[in-house]
Design a protein around this ligand. Structure first.
Ligand SMILES: C[S@@+](CC[C@H](N)C(=O)[O-])C[C@H]1O[C@@H](n2cnc3c(N)ncnc32)[C@H](O)[C@@H]1O
Length: 318
């Protein structure tokens, strides 16, 4: 019988944080256990029409919409369940297993699945050693997880091991090398601008308390440890092929949408929670939708795929 899953640890000691600076997996567990309770709010994650459509559109963009529903699906690095739970609600998969290195995230994902009445189980799991038998799943998915995994090829080998023959994997939300370059710069610029102008007396109501800003800066330092890779689309395709994938394919999305999205997210994090309201959220979302349309339908004809921010990789098991 396998050992029981470890318990979440949302309050790391300073010694643990110091050790995590040299141990990327420990950093992932501490950082994401700490984030688990507030993660959905921080990233505007919901389980309604908006995020169901978003998740299903990412999946369709990578892998099309034939073969739905996949009978049994696994998510790696599920976080709070954003990708798989919304894909299940969209009809992509009938039964799901959520896994994550962070026990706090697995708990949060199982709680969300229960509220939604979905058929989901969960385990704490390292994507480099997936604790399931060979040929268990029809589909393996992940969102924003590959860039945290030290050995991506090993993880993809594991994915192919647990897939049934003919099964498919889809990983979305991975940063490209070029996209990460401009997103980080735009984010840093926005943070600096907002935290500087909100020192001015008429704008001080828009300033978060200094301890919260300091905590965000400390979290950002740990974030630099957990963000391991950025991807070149052709190289990621080659990695998937080396791992044994058939029909490995990388598509990208979000150019101007990411150039808007990162400053907007940074701005939202830099001002007090609740200050911006629903009107702002809808304005930001509609602007993002409009720019995404422009990126997909106009700019993609002339701009190389490597310049887009998000990479999605898919493939099947022979
Ligand atoms: C950026 S979050 C994304 C969470 C979720 N997929 C989403 O899109 O909201 C990355 C997640 O990957 C998990 N993770 C990091 N390294 C991992 C590994 N080696 N194996 C499994 N999960 C990992 C983290 O704990 C975290 O929950």
């Amino acid at each position: 019988m396998s050992a029981p899953d470890p318990a979440p640890n949302p309050h790391a000691t300073p010694e643990q944080v110091a050790a995590a600076r040299h141990d990327r997996k420990l950093a992932n567990v501490l950082y994401h256990d700490w984030e688990a309770g507030t993660y959905d709010e921080k990233w505007s994650i919901s389980y309604d029409e908006r995020c169901i459509t978003y998740a299903a559109d990412r999946f369709r963009h990578a892998a099309g919409d034939s073969g739905w529903p996949y009978e049994r699906a696994l998510e790696l690095g599920s976080g709070t369940g954003f990708f798989l739970l919304n894909l299940m609600q969209a009809g992509v998969a009938a039964r799901g297993s959520v896994t994550d290195l962070s026990p706090g995230m697995v708990q949060a994902a199982l709680r969300n699945a229960e509220h939604l009445g979905l058929d989901v189980d969960g385990r704490v799991a390292d994507a480099e050693r997936i604790p399931y038998d060979d040929e268990t799943f029809d589909l393996v998915v992940g969102h924003a997880v590959l860039h945290h995994i030290p050995d991506v090829e090993l993880a993809l080998r594991e994915v192919l091991r647990v897939l049934k023959p003919g099964g498919r994997f889809v990983f979305a939300g991975e940063p490209t090398r070029v996209g990460d370059w401009y997103a980080r710069r735009l984010g840093a610029l926005t943070w600096k601008a907002v935290t500087t102008v909100t020192r001015l007396p008429p704008l001080q109501g828009w300033r978060r308390p200094q301890e919260e800003l300091d905590e965000s800066s400390r979290a950002a330092a740990l974030e630099a440890v957990v963000d391991i890779h950025v991807f070149d689309p052709a190289a990621l395709e080659a990695t998937a092929r080396r791992a044994g994938a058939r029909d490995a394919r990388v598509v990208t999305e979000e150019l101007t949408a990411a150039m808007l999205g990162w400053p907007v997210r940074t701005f939202e994090a830099a001002v007090p929670p609740g200050k911006l309201g629903w009107g702002w959220a809808m304005f930001a979302y509609r602007s993002w939708l409009g720019l995404s349309w422009l990126d997909a339908n106009v700019l993609s004809r002339v701009v190389p795929r490597a310049w887009y921010y998000n990479a999605l990789v898919t493939g099947t098991k022979a």
